[in-house]
Design a protein around this ligand. Sequence first.
Ligand code: ZN
Length: 475
Amino acid sequence: MLHRAGRFIFIVACVMFAVAGARAQAPMAKPDLGKLADEAQVWLGDLVRINSVNPPGNEAAVAKYISAIFQKEGISYEVIEMAPGRSIVVARLQAGPLPDPANALLLVAHQDTVGVDTKKWTVDPFAANIRDGYMYGRGSIDDKAMLTANIATMVELKRTGARLARDVVFLATDDEEQGGSASIKVTIEKYWNKIACAYALNEGGRVMVKDGKVQYVGVQASEKVAYNVTVTATGQSGHGSLPRPDNAVVHLAAAVEKLGTYQVPAQPSTITLRYFEQLSKIEDDDIAKWMRALEQPERADLAVKHLADESPMWNSMLRDTIAPTILEAGVRVNVVPSEATANLNIRLLPGHSIEELMGQFVKIVNDPQIKFQLAPDSGENAPPSDLKSPLFQTIERLTPQEFPGAITVPLLGTGATDSASLRLHKVQAYGLEPFPLIENDSSRVHADDERIPVDSFHKGVVFLYHVVSDFASTK
Ligand SMILES: [Zn+2]
């Protein structure tokens, strides 16, 4: 008996060894990316049909849908409830027997969307209708396209038995559009060990199409920081028939005029200089010459002026900006109010100090009736990601293979994304929105009739898979 049992164990051990050996040597199954993109299109349609407008978000319904896919594909995952009706999904494909955060790549996308003004839409925003080659719907780009491409990448890596040198971690976040108690900031605070990574790919980049051709792949490597400052003017209240020089409305209006037209001196960062240097290779010469002049000391000021006049986005990339957004004063037509307030929405270049700028405000306005107060809702002031990291280099190398003739351009995002929170955790985070889009389609994000060209969605799924599988296969 003993002998036979021993032999049995020995045989089992041999079989196990043979299986393990066969697995180690088995060629990876060839990815079928055409089929994957077709499946992903079905998932995207289903995700658009789940209304996850924030507030309230309702991300738990999205999380449930994603879980079902991972369950079916045998990908181990975890659903974590952040608040009632709000869940995140975390999954990890591991390179070795233990998680290896020091080399891991995180794929992150948010499950919530902004709201809709239904009357202005020409289609049902939650039907995922396909019309003239476009899929329409809230979230069809922002950010359910990226979310779906991330799901598809995980699925294909798993199906093909990809040999990974780095862990690939999946995170579907909540509350990106409002940044409240279920946001990535809270996820990082509470569950960092579950998503720990060294690199991340997120929304915020762009694959720019012009004249029917991909011009460049813009990779967001840094972002501006949002602040709100309340400007308060006080004066004596009284009857409208007896105006006085200390009228709060007049003092506020003068202050808003001075601050709203004030141009903070330009201070282009390394990323912005590199952006213009790269872009100058593909732009028409009348604008390209100013892009090249940015680093010539005697022409830099004129270059800033030309570029800032050409595009509000370029202006915002070059300097801190101040936009008055709300004015409030008065309750009766014949009463001079004692107080008038304005909100300034301020976007600082990362690393700049809001206190310093507010110190400037006092001098610019030079009015003792005006006071400034910083609102508590400021953004995350994070350092930029490295333009020489292996992940950035992978994207640079794959760009012309995917889109012949296209170049990689680093971007300083003028808006805010989840990447800032990750960068504050020493993650090299990049915005790579992999879908080729023309300006008109990109500008529908957060607007009416958001839509994605079906063909671009397919290309983006394939591009993201190539970037992730290439980067994760070596270290
Ligand atoms: Zn988004």
